[in-house]
Design a binder for this molecule. Structure first.
Ligand code: COA
Length: 152
């Protein structure tokens, strides 16, 4: 099964309707949702890779990466699976498809930060071969600690 049904980057920008859909999806499914302006600013100013997975037209999963270290590494900013579709291996299959795609595009690995209390995400990343490297205290604005994880 193909877990990447839509792909966008700075050469193929999301249109207004998709930005609105992403904000709505974020608000429903992501712990730190971005505003419409944050989404647009990010896509205008960063070298990004946005992956989507739809079933019957409905957005089921999204992941947003940014190229860092001169395009060597993909920094995962957010991944989410729709609440109604969780725990069915969609997150795992989708994340693995995104990682494979980025490696095929020439990146050497994935880097990310995750709240130490986000057990589901940490387990998912570990299952995908991305390992905890260290803990950063008070990483998030609400005081939560983060793990730094990467696979290169
Ligand atoms: C993290 C998230 C993407 C996982 O998506 P998912 O489709 O439910 O994950 P999968 O069904 O593919 O599960 C993959 C693995 O993750 C782990 N996992 C998933 N949900 C879990 C949960 N609620 N508790 C503990 N581990 C969990 C398990 O190890 C699982 O493997 P297993 O089924 O073999 O045990 C989803 O929970 C989500 O969207 N969370 C909100 C957004 C978020 O926090 N994103 C990460 C920060 S950017």
């Amino acid at each position: 099964m193909n877990y990447i049904t839509d792909y966008f980057d700075e050469t193929k920008m999301p249109d207004e309707a998709l930005f609105q859909e992403l904000v709505h999806f974020d608000e429903l499914n992501f712990p730190y949702a971005w505003t419409l302006n944050s989404w647009k600013d990010f896509c205008r100013t960063r070298k990004f890779h946005l992956f989507l997975y739809r079933q019957n037209g409905q957005l089921q999963a999204s992941a947003l990466f940014e190229e860092i270290n001169d395009g060597e590494v993909g920094h995962l900013h957010k991944i989410a699976v729709d609440q109604s579709a969780r725990k069915q291996k969609i997150g795992y299959n989708f994340m693995m498809a995104c990682v494979r795609d980025l490696l095929e595009r020439g990146l050497s690995g994935i880097y990310l930060e995750v709240a130490t209390k986000n057990e589901a995400a940490i387990k998912l990343y570990e299952k995908c071969g991305i390992e905890v490297q260290r803990r950063v205290k008070n990483f998030y604005s609400n005081g939560d600690d983060a793990y730094i994880m990467y696979n290169y």
